[in-house]
Design a protein around this ligand. Sequence first.
Ligand SMILES: *Cc1c(COP(=O)(O)O)cnc(C)c1O
Length: 368
Amino acid sequence: MKIPISKPNLDEEEKNAVQDVLNSGFLAQGKRVAQFEEEFGKYIGVSQAIATSSGTAALFIALKALGISPNDIVITTPFTFVATASSIMHCGAIPTFCDINPQTFNIDPNALERVLKKDRNSIKAILIVHLYGLPCPMEEIIALADQYGIPVIEDCAQAHGAEYRGKKVGSFGRASAFSFYPTKNMTTGEGGMILTNDEEFGKKCRMLINHGSKKRYYHEFLGYNFRMTDIAAAIGRVQLRKLDDSNQKRRENAIFYNRELSSLPEIETPVVPDYVLPVFHQYTIKLKHHRDDLARFFDQKEIGYGIYYPVPLHQQKFIHKIVGNGNYPMADACSREVFSIPVHPLLKKEELEHVVDLIKLFCQGGFN
Ligand SMILES: *Cc1c(COP(=O)(O)O)cnc(C)c1O
């Protein structure tokens, strides 16, 4: 039995939607992007939505619209995908890392407070990540951000539809960025979205992704082409309608794994605080020892898995050169221990059982 770590949930509906766009002859940005923006903004509960060509573009443009400039400092987590930090660096700014809570994999508010105290004049933003689909502790983060007068940007690339105390992530910060890459909870192929409730901020983003123009061929400042296409938006509209069911399936798969795996002493199953509704972009267990042996075992059995992320960002060469040696022991430990297993909505009962059986077999085999 071969099981992939992720699989986009596509069927005839997406194919028909793309066919409609092709038949229309209008392939670039048009009414479908506008419809997708409106629907996605409404779903998250935010008034302004700007579709982009990727999640990375959405992050970068949100930071640009905030005015992040060379030598500014932006606080973020070292335990995330590289785009979180590279989007800061593309502004010429410097990422400053804040260690994580090893139980939730997200920024630790206590560590955040220590970082905020250190460099309060140059810190221009806090870029948080709701990793693996688990919302950050927003109450604590927003309270700190307000106390220090620093805006929060949310990287929601892994958390479409996740909720913190009944409110969807992506609606807490000054702005948020989503990704619609094929491995995410919903896809448009490549694509992304910036959300904000600030109308001026939204207008700035819209111009930035469109060569600095409101009116074609009249350019008010230096901009980019980071527009989404109508082909992508047509897929996204169908995917958005399926999102709640897909996320529910992910949660059910996670409940099954928790039930089967939480009693194994070699394994730590994911923790979900009771005030969040997670969307399990990943189901990530931790093994204090022999994580890489389990990876080899999964390779042998052709079962997909992921190690997100094997190298924390402060250890990535091009970032290390800029930030130097930092002390992020929790991120370091997590990068040695994490192991994500398939949790996507298309998994069948037999496949989930097979994954569980393999992990149990591995644990029974003893670690030597
Ligand atoms: C996927 C991802 C991104 C980047 O999104 P792309 O659409 O691939 O550019 C940014 N941040 C995080 C946390 C991600 O998982």
